[in-house]
Design a protein around this ligand. Structure first.
Ligand code: GUN
Length: 261
């Protein structure tokens, strides 16, 4: 099933689940930045929530907001019984320490899964795992290569693949092309989250049975591009746009329902 088909089917299930709930879940999205990618994410999240019957509210603050003022707003949301879950859209402006913010969100309301005590996983790797499982991808004893080591994607992705008993290798932007080629040649599952347009090209050799997941979102005058060249000769390659971004948004709604239940 393509990602678009999968999202459509899952949304129908979630819609039915929400319709049967005596009280609709309440999500709050806190946004301080004005960057284009974040605007698109937030718009997408609000659209998904509306479509699924979830109450979502955008709480927008000026980019100049102080860390102290933001932490105060977070404390308010933590206490607000009407709010089931909330997220603080990343990246945050320079004057604010993102790690402090992640720790300030009450773990039981942390639908982003960013707090170390959160019972939930970060949305991007969670959304990817859900889709791969749905597609019947095998994990046990398989060679998984994660390229990228961010706290939001690379690290939690590696952890989740390890939990499924993959042999996990984590590479990153400083890995040489020669080394990358050596690892990719034997890879069964590859997740690329570096943020460099077409870092992975057809120059690299892959198993025909390989599964390639592209987390990259690189924008230029021609539109959005992934970290992987389109049309790789493999079993499955997720598209950009219309790929992991949609899975991430879906996982956020699924995380919210897990809290609301
Ligand atoms: N910025 C990019 N992806 C995400 C995400 O999943 N959650 C939040 N809060 N910010 C993001």
């Amino acid at each position: 099933m393509t990602i678009k088909e999968y999202i459509k089917a899952r949304k129908e299930e979630i819609k039915a689940e929400v319709a049967a709930m005596p009280k609709k879940p309440n999500l709050v999205i806190v946004q301080l930045n004005e960057d284009e990618a974040s605007k698109a994410y937030v718009k997408g999240k609000l659209k998904d929530a509306a479509e699924l019957g979830i109450n979502a509210k955008l709480l927008k603050f000026p980019v100049e907001m102080s860390e102290k003022a933001l932490l105060k707003e977070i404390a308010k949301l933590n206490k607000d019984k009407k709010v089931d879950g909330f997220i603080v859209q990343m990246p945050l402006p320079k004057q604010i320490d993102e790690e402090k913010v992640k720790l300030a969100v009450a773990p039981e309301k942390d639908v982003d899964g960013f707090h170390p005590m959160s019972a939930l996983n970060p949305c991007t790797p969670q959304g990817i795992m859900n889709y791969l499982k749905h597609e019947g991808v095998e994990f046990l004893g398989k060679n998984a290569v994660v390229i990228g080591r961010s706290n939001i994607v690379g690290k939690p992705m590696a952890k989740m693949l390890l939990k499924e008993s993959c042999n996990v290798t984590v590479l990153h932007s400083k890995t040489s092309k020669e080394d990358m080629a050596r690892y990719l040649k034997y890879a069964d599952i590859v997740v690329v989250a570096v943020g460099r347009q077409h870092l992975i090209t057809k120059e690299f050799e892959f198993k025909p049975s390989a599964v390639l997941v592209d987390v990259g979102i690189n924008r230029d005058e021609n539109g959005l591009h992934g970290d992987i060249e389109p049309g790789m000769p493999v079993a499955l390659q997720t598209p950009v746009p219309g790929g992991v971004g949609l899975l991430t948004r879906l996982a956020l709604m699924e995380n919210l329902l897990k809290i609301g239940r």
